[in-house]
Each structure stands twice: as structure tokens, then as C-alpha cells.
Write a protein that binds this ligand. Structure first.
Ligand code: AMP
Length: 280
């Protein structure tokens, strides 16, 4: 496994490890790896000849007052996990390598980035789209793997790749959950034991939504209300948003007649968690 920290070394490593016709898979991450990340790496390992994992806590996708400074970082553990999965190249650049002095160019996905997470976290997807576009340019992968856990991010990146004709196949993979249903997230490490127990309410509320939908309910307002009611029963939970939206346009639905994305953001104590479920 090669660990590289500069754009020049990343390009060189790519040339040396993956001559044509080798297929290159990229898994972008912010580190503090868990089974969710590792499932993406395993998929890449099975599908591609060369597996590149990037570890970069991207400052431009964090708003002022968010958790950039205290975001969990554990590079040694991450590297050991990636070595165990036979990763070929790990790209872990310092911030100055990605955003050198004078950096002044950003990628804006417009409408899709303004709703849901984008409405709550202005500038978030500008940071995500910019760093992902840069990673695609530097690594030049054939495929890039993203988790359904960050469903809006996946929709935004698919749009980005399509709109800018980036020659990358964007692959979305299912959310990996803890045994009680909590979606794995690096931010779960912030939770106290009591908050951790409370956090399962996100998944419970999504299950309740799915049950309603399976019983034939198509009224999106009723589904939102059911989710809000389940969340309201947990005293430690404070709702940021509950959404039932078109899975592609992310526009809020009145009736669930097309594939829908049920998504929510909830604060448990000081920790903001997101989760989602597809209804199709
Ligand atoms: P992050 O390090 O949080 O930026 O996540 C890196 C990638 O891992 C993103 O594509 C995420 O959607 C994905 N990911 C994070 N958590 C999970 C999970 N529980 N299951 C599947 N993928 C995940």
C-alpha cells in the first residue's frame, strides 16, 4: 500500500500502479473509518484493479461554528484498516496541498444543493462538489464509490459528474448500520452513552415511515407527521428537518407516487445526525 500526500505523487502512483487497461476505483472519505467506509472499499476491491482511498477532512464543506476542528481523526488506525483490505493507494493530502495560497475556484451545483442539508448548511455542497471534482481530476478514477448514508451528497455528485462530463461512474452503496439500526457515522463518536441509546430514534422513525408506506399510505404529509411524532417521543432529540422528496430532484412531494427519499436531520445533544431511507 502506498501512502501519498501530494498531488504530484498521487498522479505518479496512479501511473505506476494502473497502466491500461487497469480500472481504478476511488473511495473518498474524511477518515475516522468505520464499517460504512470499509464496505465501499470492499466493493471497490472486488470491482476494480487499483483501489485508491482518499482521507481528507475538507475544510470548505464545514460552516463556521461546525465541527471541523474537532472532527475525529485517527490516521494510523485508518491506514491499518485500509492495509487489511489490500488498498493500493491512500491519498491523504494536507490542507495546503488541496487549497494552496490564492485558491479561488469553486464548483456550484445549484438547485439540488440548496435544499435539505444545503439549506441547513449553506456552502456545504460547494465545498463537497469542489473537493470531489478535484479528487476526480487528480486520481482520474473509472469508478467512484459513495454511501447512500449521505443521500443528497450522492445526488449532487451524480449531477456534478453528468453536468461537467466527468468520465467517472458514480456508484452508490447501501447504508451500513449498527445492530440496533443506527447508521454508522464518524460523528457517532461524539455521543454519550445516553445519547447513543437515544440516537436509535432516527432509524425507528424511518422504519415507522416505511411501515406506513407499505400499508398503502401515499400522503407525504402523513408520512412526515408520523416521523415527527416518533422523534418527538425522544426527549434528547431535536429535529432540524424531516423530508419526503422526489429521489432525483429532491423536491418535496405531496404524494409518494415516484421513488422517494425520506430524509431527516436530528440533533441529539450537541451532535447533528442525518439518516434516510428510499421508498420505491
Ligand atoms: P465521510 O468520511 O463521512 O465523508 O464518508 C465517506 C463516504 O462514506 C461517503 O460516501 C459516505 O456516504 C460513506 N459512508 C459514511 N457512512 C456510511 C455508512 N454508514 N454506510 C455506507 N456508507 C457510508
Amino acid at each position: 500500500m502506498r501512502v501519498v500526500t501530494t498531488v504530484a505523487d498521487m498522479r505518479r502512483a496512479r501511473q505506476e500502479t494502473a497502466g491500461p487497461p487497469g480500472r481504478i476505483g476511488l473511495v473518498p472519505t474524511m477518515g475516522a473509518l468505520h464499517e460504512g467506509h470499509l464496505s465501499l472499499v470492499r466493493h471497490a476491491r472486488a470491482a476494480d484493479d487499483t483501489v485508491v482511498v482518499s482521507i481528507f477532512v475538507n475544510p470548505t464543506q464545514f460552516g463556521p461554528g461546525e465541527d471541523y476542528a474537532r472532527y475525529p481523526r485517527d490516521p494510523d488506525r485508518d491506514l491499518a484498516l485500509l492495509r487489511d483490505l489490500s488498498t493500493d493507494i491512500v491519498f491523504m493530502p494536507p490542507v495546503e496541498e488541496v487549497y494552496p495560497q490564492g485558491f479561488d475556484t469553486y464548483v456550484l451545483v445549484e438547485k439540488l444543493a440548496q435544499v435539505l442539508e444545503g439549506a441547513q448548511r449553506p456552502g456545504h455542497f460547494r465545498g463537497v462538489a469542489t473537493v470531489v471534482a478535484k479528487l476526480f481530476n487528480v486520481v482520474q478514477p473509472h469508478r467512484a464509490y459513495f454511501g447512500q448514508k449521505d443521500a443528497q451528497q450522492l445526488v449532487v455528485i451524480r449531477r456534478l459528474a453528468r453536468d461537467l462530463d466527468l468520465p467517472v461512474e458514480v456508484v452508490g452503496l447501501p447504508t451500513v448500520r449498527e445492530p440496533d439500526g443506527l447508521a454508522m457515522s464518524s460523528r457517532n463518536a461524539y455521543l454519550s452513552a445516553e445519547e447513543r441509546r437515544a440516537a436509535v430514534v432516527l432509524y425507528r422513525s424511518l422504519e415507522a415511515a416505511q411501515e406506513l408506506w407499505r400499508s398503502g399510505v401515499r400522503d407525504a404529509a402523513l408520512i412526515r407527521r408520523r416521523i415527527t411524532d416518533v422523534l418527538a417521543a425522544e426527549p434528547l432529540a431535536r429535529v432540524d428537518y424531516v423530508s419526503v422528496a422526489d429521489a432525483e430532484t429532491l423536491e418535496e412531494l405531496e404524494t409518494v407516487e415516484r421513488p422517494a427519499l425520506v430524509s431527516l436531520a436530528v440533533r441529539i445533544g450537541g451532535t447533528r445526525l442525518i439518516d434516510n431511507l428510499a421508498l420505491a
